[in-house]
Structures are given as structure tokens and as C-alpha cells.
Design a protein around this ligand. Sequence first.
Ligand code: ATP
Ligand code: MG
Length: 610
Amino acid sequence: MKVINSTRAYLEDQTVQELKVKSHDKLAHRPPRSTRRELIKKSPVKANLTDYESTRLTFSWDQAKAELSYFAEGKLNAAYNAVDRHMHDGRRNKVALYSVDINGQIEKFTYQDIYFSANRMGNALRQLGIEKGDRVFVYLPRIPELYVTTVAVAKIGAIAGPLFSAFGPDALRDRLLDSEAKIIVTTPALKARVDEVRSELPDLEYVIVVGADPSSLSPGELSYEELTELSSDKLECTPMEPDDPLYLLYTSGTTGKPKGVIHVHNDILGHHMTTKWVLDLRDDDVYWCTADPGWVTGTVYGIFGPWSNGASVVTYEGRFDAQDWYGLIDKLKITVWYTAPTALRMLMKAGDELVYKYKLDSLRHILSVGEPLNPEVIRWGMTVFGLPIHDNWWQTETGMQLIANLPCLPIKPGSMGKPLPGVCAAVVDDDGNELEPGQLGRLVVRPGWPAQLRQIWRNEEKYNEFFRIPGWYFSGDNAWIDEEGYFWFVGRADDVINTAGHRVGPFEVESALVEHPSIAEAGVIGKPDKERGEIIKAFIVLANEVTASPELIEDIKEFTKRKLATHAYPREIEIRESLPKTRSGKIMRRLLKAWELGLPTGDTSSLEDD
Ligand code: ATP
Ligand code: MG
């Protein structure tokens, strides 16, 4: 594999420390200088992980087990660690969940509330015949019952299947059929979509409905409230082998048909430690993970990780809305906020004036995951929140964060950070040989981290593909490592563009594009070209109040040429109202490409369609 092209220098420009003194002209509505300086000066509290280098040398996952509770013979249960143990560690009456409904009403649930409710639901499921290993799907909006049901399923050793409540009937059918789910828990509104495909799901025995009028239910449908009211609130967690399945989650579907990834109870060890180090949660934090549990981030870092650490978690039922989001941070005094680049770009698009209408100084730590985090977004975060945004990298398959910008390390905008203690990540060629710093290659990880995928549901061949590079787990992403050990994401292995012999990652072009003041979002693909092999084509969404013109397109081309290199600017630019995205907020470049080339669009069950 070749050395990456010269455009790299653009990304590796400066660390956040340097950014603090850099002026920035895109932001028209900045607060007065004095306020800005004050914001930036805000010094973060001491991090949970303070010494990266020495921890990396001494840490072992075996030793970290001391942070968890185990049953006899090394058995454990993730739900015991997330909830039950807080009945005896002084957190019993601590708020486990701030549930904010669609109208902004806030309800609080203590660890004890979650414990008893999950016990009731666990007993109800058992009475319905659910046994260890059975699949129970959770098809709910972000309401408390989603959290309770997930814990209940784990307590009895069944496998939880999180589903986005926005999924349509086709997405449901594919996942329930593939996994032979026995039960689905849903609401009356969502049940209509289950009804559409129920006749095609021979294994689905019961539909449990939250908030239904019991008289409206048909045979095979049960009221959640009736079931749980009648059951006992005493339930011991089933002791599980570390490798027994905990949840089954389908990947985002960004690159193709979603894969059913099996994760196990042992994952909780990884959830716990990464939450502690990367999210840096402590007892007085109010933590908001904006991800829906239908996406791995929402399950791992919206439920198991933070609860295992005894944190107070915020969940918001509503959709993205810049005012609602800022309002929520302000009202609940949120301190740690885990979100995604797409949301941050939309917040940027909503304008800086809006940010300053709210009091957001409770925030002390901001994180992002799911897609490359454009350096521009980090700079914006520094200006409006006075805090750097910490990018981190992982996948549904890896089950936990593996590479991160830890609070104790300087951030290089555009870099995903460094591998966590206990994680050995590398960049290799196709034969598994480690490459020199600066060389572009495959991003791989040494197998053996606690939350590593255990199977692709009934698809051994697909599972084996992850281990096709000898000695490594292959992520499917391309990256390079700099001299200081920072990892830089270049793109999905399949997305890398080869234009006139230069290899260009879509991310660097997209990042340069969104630095243009007129551009809010950008998706870049390689378009086949007789002369150059491929040319770079960009699909862009304009910033608010910007109108398209041929001059603007020319200006954008010149701008990217200057930022990157003459070979790396988009020769074609198309303006769109929006970009196709998965439910987890990722730009679906494969759809842009299929549309561009008039090819079949493949599986679109996880496409965000409204
Ligand atoms: P599918 O596997 O079905 O195509 P997906 O890969 O988007 O979908 P996820 O497991 O949700 O499904 O996403 C993991 C991928 O997201 C990573 O392989 C990487 O391409 C991208 N990603 C995650 N975090 C980052 C990050 N911090 N920077 C760059 N890319 C990221
Ligand atoms: Mg993937």
C-alpha cells in the first residue's frame, strides 16, 4: 500500500492548545472577546485517567475485573453490574435516569426504581416462557420502559435486540426473522408496523405493548402494565458465563446489509472501563448520550457503561432540534455530553447566536462518535462551548471504544486519538505487517479486548471476514498513525478514492469542504472517469441563507484546492437539500454513489427517511 498523499498535512495542523489562540473568521456571531477567553480558560476537573503512558504499560483486563461484581466461578451478569449492585453501594436512591418526554416533561427514576421495575419485567418474561438465549426485541421510543426492558432481558439471561423506533416494517421483518425473535416490546403506535409483518414472523410468540388499552389487544398481544403489575419485584440475576450472549444488534448499514452482531456479558468489563476513562464519568455528573439504543452507542454508552459506573443518565424522547437540545443541557445542567458529528454539524448550522441564548456552562466534557469529526467542528466547539470535542472510534462489532481522545491527552483536531490501555491497535498492510508512521493502511486491532464481537448471527462466513488479516481483527476502515501515536481516520476501506494515481480519503475532502462558510454538510465519492480512473464528486448542503450560483461552485473548488492539493479538489459539485443518512446519523456514501451511477441502492432499511 502506498504512502498517503500530501493532503495529510492539512489535517495534522495543530493541537487544541494551539487552536485556543487561533482566530477564526467563519464565525460571524461570536461572543465578546472577554467572554470567549473566560470560556476557554475554564479548567476541567482532574480526569479519571490521568497518566495514559504509565497506565498503558501496567494495565491488564484481568486486573480491571476488580471493578466489577462477579458470581461464583467467574460468572457474571451485565445487568447486575449496571443496576443491582447499586442497591448496596450507596447509590440506591441516586437518580439513574432523567427521562425527558417529547413535551419536555422530566421524570426521575432512582436505581431502586429501575431495579424493581426490571425485576417485575424479568419475571413477566420468564412466565411467558422466555429462557436463557431467547431473543427479545425492544422496539420502543426512548421512554423508561426501554431501559427497564433491556435490563430485565439481561437479568434473565435472554438476548436483548435493540431496534430504532423509527424503523419501518421492512427493517423490522428483516431483523426479527433473521434472529427468530420470540417477543417484541413496543407501543400502540409502533405496533401497527409490527402488525404489517407479523404473519411473516412464525417465531414471534408475543407482542408486549406499553401504554395500550388492554381491551384493544388481540390474541398474542399483552399489556406491559398488566404483566408487570402482576409479577413479583424479586428477581435474582442469572449468573452467566462471560461468553454468554447479552445483546444482538444489527450494524448501521452504512456500507451494506446490516449484520447481526452478538455481544456477551463479558462486554460489561469494557463498557465499565471505557466509560470511566473516555466519558470520564463521576458521581456528580449528569450525563446525556444523544444516541438511540437502536445504535450501539445508545445501548453501550446510554445504558450499560454509565449505569455500571453508577451515573445519572439523561434520555430525551424527542428528535434533534437545536433549541430543544440546548434547552435540555441548560435545564438539567448536563455536565457530560456524548453525541455525533452529524448532530454537531447541524448545531453549527443553527448558528452561534442560538448557543448564547442558553446557559451551557454546566458542560465540562463533550464527546463525539460514529463518523469522522471534522476539525472545523472542533474549532467551533472551542469557540461556542469553550471546550474541545473529544472524538473516539469504535464499531458495533468492537462493542466498546477502542481509540479515543482521552481527557488527559492533547487533542489533534481530525485525529481519533490513541488506543486505550489494554487495546492494541495498528495500521497494517494486507498481509498484517505493521506500517511506518504516516503510511496509509488497514486499521486493525489485536483480538482479545473484552467487548469483541463473538459471532455474526448465524453467519460464520461474515464473521471470519473480520479475521482475514492474520493475527488481527480487521475493522474495514483505513487509517494512518503519526509519529506521536495518534490515529487518523482516512475512510472506509471501500470508500478510498483513486484519482489519477492519488489515493484520497473522502473525509479529508469533506472536512475541507465544510470549512467553507457556505457549506453545512458534505458527502464525497469517487466517480468513475475514463482519464483519471476516478474523479472526486462532492454532494453538499448549503448553510442557512446561502444561495447557489456558478460563482459559488467555482469559489468552493478554489477553496478546496487551496486547502488540500490540486488533485484532491472535487471536480464535480452537486447541491442537495440533505444527504442520505442512516438512523445513526452517518452519511451513506454508497447511496450517493448508487444514485450517481444509476445502480441498485441495496439494503436501505436503516435509511433515515424523514
Ligand atoms: P455497516 O457496518 O453496517 O456498514 P457502520 O459501519 O456505519 O455500518 P457502525 O458499527 O455503527 O456501523 O459504525 C462503525 C463505523 O463508523 C466505523 O467502522 C467507522 O467507519 C465509522 N466511525 C465510527 N467512529 C468514527 C470516528 N470517530 N471517526 C471516523 N469514523 C468513525
Ligand atoms: Mg461497519
